[in-house]
Design a protein around this ligand. Sequence first.
Ligand code: ADP
Ligand code: MG
Length: 263
Amino acid sequence: MSYDSSEDGFDREIEKLGIRIKDMDQLKVREDVFDEITLLSLYKLVHRKWITAIGGSISTGKEANVFFGERGEQDLAIKIYRIRTANFNTMSEYIIGDRRFSGIRKNRKDIVFTWTKKEFSNLMRAHEAGLPVPLPLVWDRNILIMEFIGEDERSFPQIRSVHLDDPAGVYEKVLSYIGILYKKAGLVHADLSEFNILYGDQPYIIDMGQSVTLDHPRAHIFLMRDIININRFFKNKCDVRNSDTIFTEITGITRPASTTGDT
Ligand SMILES: Nc1ncnc2c1ncn2[C@@H]1O[C@H](COP(=O)(O)OP(=O)(O)O)[C@@H](O)[C@H]1O
Ligand SMILES: [Mg+2]
């Protein structure tokens, strides 16, 4: 597909999608996000009725942009991984070594598509293990559509900016989620921190593109790092437990020195 990338041209492209655009300014030519592949992919998702409206931008992160969306009455989060500015090397490290995705080719586009698919399957596994994560609905190329975690079109805040009435209770809950993720879903989050936990009626775990299966050679290093991050966040809010003890409780492994990763 080729498209006219002037602002007018972009508007026409979006119009052709046949959806109601809630905040056109947010979607105006952003070459880095809405390249041809992304538009084509959006096109397809709209055509297949996975998206009926695209709203404003929720977040512009290092690797991805997140937009509010709707599918009829259902609110959506639309996460779009940028192809041009993807951190190829970091992504490769988390993909190579995860047997589910080891067969992929190694160009930038393929890495980003695999990353998107990987986040979809990680969220699905976590969901099936009973964890509060956004339910992933569909992915296409570099776009992931998932359940919206928030209310009145506003995401729940990251836990770092919430006052917690019962920090000790929330701490234990988050640790139990790390344990369930490991034992039931067979995954390590690998980027768990106060940035990737949203807090509304309860904590929700998000952002699982980098999560790996337990056979990844660095899975235990990532797990230890997650535990240390959570302890660091909670330590001035409530008593925290020793990170080695937590690691052993979750894995059944007495932590050998080689898994520290925090040195
Ligand atoms: N399912 C969702 N529902 C509501 N808001 C979301 C959802 N997913 C992401 N967000 C919002 O977008 C931000 C970035 O999402 P995240 O998945 O952490 O991407 P990044 O890789 O850029 O860190 C989150 O902090 C949150 O504000
Ligand atoms: Mg994040």
